[in-house]
Design a protein around this ligand. Structure first.
Ligand SMILES: *Cc1c(COP(=O)(O)O)cnc(C)c1O
Length: 431
């Protein structure tokens, strides 16, 4: 199967983390997000162990919490000794409510409001990632008002094209994220940051994109970043102590996607960086990485019920499920591919060509196109695989559809991580 936490039991039902998904769908109703806690923990350990081993004890893996953010996730991250990225006041608040240590939270975002900056400082956030003059100025001023010195890392764009989807490329020169090295603006901004009171510049950050399946783009961006560290040292006499390489390791959504050995890739990247630093005659900076998708994607599946199957004679067939772009907008946004199974017919031959669509009022409300499923009908259960990342976190109440709950599996037992939204939840802010 696509991931090792998936299997088929004697009833021909799909199991996830050892639990019968049909039983889960019956018990908790659909649509339903299911999260394999052990898988999340295993992934954290892969990063922690590999980074320690190859980048040294001082290295820091940060979980990019935008991939999946709710209180239990931060408790797991705390437990595993991870640090986390947050990109909004809301993510910071969620981490705080979960009792996550605030000094291990790193604040990203290309346009933080003054209110968010002040809130983050009041929470005692460890570090801000910043990439523009207005924001540096605001951080410096607000830190001054609060009588603190705020640590920051400057986000740069190394000018790398990762050949990934347009909408998830972030490393190219003309990105809305980061300040470009190529145009000379990065060094100007470093000079400006060093001149400001109440902030302490720790080093530099870059993030080249997502669904990256090899170490090469990390090596390429590290080269450019290390050259920049050397340039800044020569020109401004400042030596960066931290190099944050961002996130982006890919996951398998479909069989055609490659299998990635994260530890092996980190080893390769570390050897490259060590060589590069030796040649550049600088000490290896403290390395950070920010995995999001690769921590949680294959720890999640979504279960739906089939409502109807309609065949347009001579054209195609549609299988309509009780969720859709409201709980998974990634096909609509990026044309993302997913693997889909009929959970209660996991052993049956998949020879029914169809599109799996949602219940929203949009033709673009598609989960998967041109796929083969076993013949299915009203009442069957559909499982969409690898939905742990950027599904719940991107879900909306479009068409006033309540968001599904998240059920967490651990040791073959299930518990609620996030409750199902109710109709009352939908109107709670309406006057
Ligand atoms: C989205 C993002 C990440 C995580 O990317 P993944 O592809 O989920 O690993 C890390 N860092 C930054 C700055 C991001 O924007």
């Amino acid at each position: 199967m696509l991931h090792t936490n998936l299997d088929i039991n004697e009833k021909g039902h799909l199991t996830f983390a050892g639990v019968d998904t049909v039983e889960l769908a019956k018990e908790y109703k659909t649509p339903l997000y299911v999260l394999d806690e052990q898988r999340v923990r295993e992934k954290c350990r892969i990063y922690i162990d590999a980074m320690k081993k190859y980048f040294g004890e001082e290295s820091i893996p940060l979980y990019a919490s935008k991939a999946l953010s709710f209180k239990e996730m931060y408790k797991i991250m705390k437990d595993e000794g991870m640090s986390v990225d947050a990109v909004s006041g809301g993510e910071i608040y969620t981490a705080k409510e979960a009792g996550f240590p605030m000094e291990k939270v790193y604040f990203h975002g290309n346009n933080k409001t003054d209110e968010e900056i002040a809130f983050a400082m009041d929470c005692g956030l460890g570090c801000f990632m910043s990439d523009c003059r207005e924001e540096l100025q605001a951080i410096s001023r607000i830190a001054g008002e609060k009588g603190i010195t705020q640590k920051i890392i400057m986000r740069l764009t190394p000018g790398i094209d990762t050949h990934t989807y347009e909408a998830v490329r972030t490393g190219q020169v003309d990105s809305k994220f980061g300040v470009p090295i190529e145009t000379g603006q990065a060094i100007e901004l470093v000079e400006y940051a060093l001149s400001l009171p109440n902030i302490e510049l720790m080093g530099f950050h870059c993030h080249v994109g997502s669904q990256v399946f090899d170490g090469q783009s990390f090596c390429d961006s590290a080269d450019i970043m290390i050259d920049f560290i050397v340039l800044v040292k020569e020109k401004l006499g400042y030596e960066a102590k931290v190099l944050n390489l961002g996130g982006g390791y890919g996951v398998r959504y479909v069989e055609e996607d490659p299998v990635l050995d994260i530890e092996e890739s980190i080893k390769e990247v570390s050897e490259h960086i060590k060589n590069k630093c030796a040649k550049a005659k600088i000490d290896m900076p403290r390395i950070m990485m920010e995995p999001g998708r690769s921590i949680v994607a294959d720890a999640g599946i979504t279960l739906y019920s089939v409502g109807n199957v309609r065949t347009i004679k001579g054209y195609k067939s549609y299988v309509a499920v009780d969720g859709g772009m409201s709980d998974n907008p990634r096909f609509a946004l990026y044309g993302s591919l997913y693997s889909v199974l009929v959970a209660n017919k996991a052993n049956e031959k998949a020879d029914f060509k169809c599109d799996v669509v949602g219940k929203c009022c949009e033709s673009g409300d598609v989960i998967a196109e041109h796929i083969n499923l076993p013949h299915c009908e009203k009442g069957d259960y559909i499982a969409v695989l690898t939905t742990g990342a950027y599904n719940y976190s991107m879900a909306s109440n479009y068409n006033r559809i309540p968001r599904p709950p998240i059920v967490i599996l651990k040791d073959r037992k299930s518990r609620i991580g996030v409750k199902r939204e109710t109709y009352a939840d939908l109107v709670k802010n309406d006057i």
